[in-house]
Design a protein around this ligand. Structure first.
Ligand code: NAD
Ligand code: K
Ligand code: MN
Length: 358
């Protein structure tokens, strides 16, 4: 029997609540399926670790997880540690060295869930946003000089390489090609950011020639936010920079009902390093410790992990269980307007898995 080695990094805030729920569901799935098992190793990295050791994860942390089949991540961020330390010290410290350059963010309206958009149905909002995950505004290039003085200067350079843009563009076009509508929108801001974004537009034209069966268009990011709200049915696959896609995907999550549902995979498509799966939300300081975090974003991320591991049947089984639960409004957590707790949603998904006979 195949045993998958999973590194669980719950991190901070509700990350700890949803990742433990996710591990429970994965174990219930393995039990139901019988064809594979999970060996889950827990890593207590994050802000508590930082307060004890002055770093978010050990120096040799990446060596400890580099041979795992996948990583299940929660969130990095605590009220009493600066956000740039938690983000750069943990999440980006894994994504960047493991070259997880393709961040994939599916969005659709699950059964039982109402979009805040009027009159939109699940067929009209079925998107996947591809976020470039290694360059751009998150490349770490920049600095501060003359701190605190009136002449202080601070820069964060949006750094792009031809190789980096070509690989994410090709990845996104290939993904678009695999979807029924074979349609992609390339999002940039090439009117204002006239160097890097113009290179993105030019590379899009070149890569599009490799995919003659994919229909494509391009759009400025500000106009794209409007299109997402006003004409959602015209969108299928989207590719954008690290920063732009970060923002667009929170909007997408809200339009699909709640940030608490949205999943993501940080993929190293070449599979040289492990890929990392996480809900797109953060630590949610306002609800942490209350037991009411929506775990669906983590469960859906586990579905993406199973697809990546090459277990499509198990992935489909877990997605069916998730949809059976979202269809029942009495099992909606407060972010969806209900009263259900993380515990109740998790138990319901485990029960749906046990009862799944397909
Ligand atoms: P957030 O995603 O933590 O929360 C935004 C809002 O959405 C909050 O009102 C929260 O209650 C709600 N929400 C989010 N997830 C939910 C869930 N599963 N169930 C119910 N409600 C949910 O974003 P924020 O408030 O901007 O950030 C809080 C902290 O998390 C910061 O430190 C930030 O840096 C960090 N963060 C980390 C990641 C990551 O690790 N990938 C991502 C985003 C934010
Ligand atoms: K997260
Ligand atoms: Mn984000």
């Amino acid at each position: 029997m195949k045993t998958y080695k999973i590194a669980a990094i719950p991190g901070d805030g509700i990350g700890t609540e949803v990742v433990s729920a996710g591990v429970e569901v994965l174990q219930a799935l393995a039990k139901r399926d019988g064809g594979f098992a999970f060996k889950v190793d827990d890593f207590d990295w994050g802000s508590e670790y930082y307060k004890k050791h002055g770093i978010m994860m050990p120096e040799n942390g990446r060596d400890q997880i580099k041979d795992h089949d996948a990583i299940l991540f929660g969130s990095a961020g605590a009220p009493d540690v600066p956000d740039h330390i938690t983000l750069w010290g943990l999440r980006l410290a894994i994504c960047q060295p493991f070259d997880q350059y393709a961040n994939v963010r599916p969005t659709r309206i699950l059964p039982g869930i109402t979009s805040p958009l009027r009159n939109v149905n699940d067929k009209e909002l079925d998107w996947v946003i591809v976020r470039e995950n290694s360059e751009g505004e998150y490349a770490g290039v920049g600095g501060r000089a003359h701190k605190g003085l009136p002449i202080e200067v601070a820069t964060d350079v949006a750094m792009f390489t031809r190789a980096g843009v070509e690989r994410i563009m090709r990845f996104a076009f290939r993904l678009a090609q695999s979807r029924p509508r074979k349609k992609i929108t390339v999002v940039t801001k090439s009117n204002a950011q006239r160097h890097a974004m113009v290179m993105w537009d030019e590379i899009a034209v070149e890569i599009a020639k490799e995919f003659p069966d994919v229909e494509w268009d391009k759009m400025l990011v500000d106009a794209m936010t409007m299109r997402m709200v006003m004409r959602p049915e015209t969108i299928d696959t989207v590719v954008a920079t690290n920063l732009h896609a970060d923002i667009l995907s929170d909007l997408a999550a809200a339009l699909a009902g709640s940030l608490g549902i949205a999943p993501t995979g940080n993929l190293n498509p070449e599979r040289i390093f492990p890929s990392m799966f996480e809900p797109i939300h953060g630590s949610a300081f306002d609800i942490m410790g209350k037991g009411i975090a929506n775990p669906i974003g983590t469960f859906w991320s586990a579905v993406m992990m199973l697809e990546h591991l090459g277990e499509p049947k198990a992935a489909a089984r877990l997605m069916r269980a998730i949809e059976r639960v979202t269809a029942d409004k009495s099992l909606h957590s407060p972010d969806l307007g209900g009263k259900a707790t993380t515990r109740q949603v998790t138990d319901a998904v485990c029960a749906a898995l046990a009862g799944d006979n397909e």
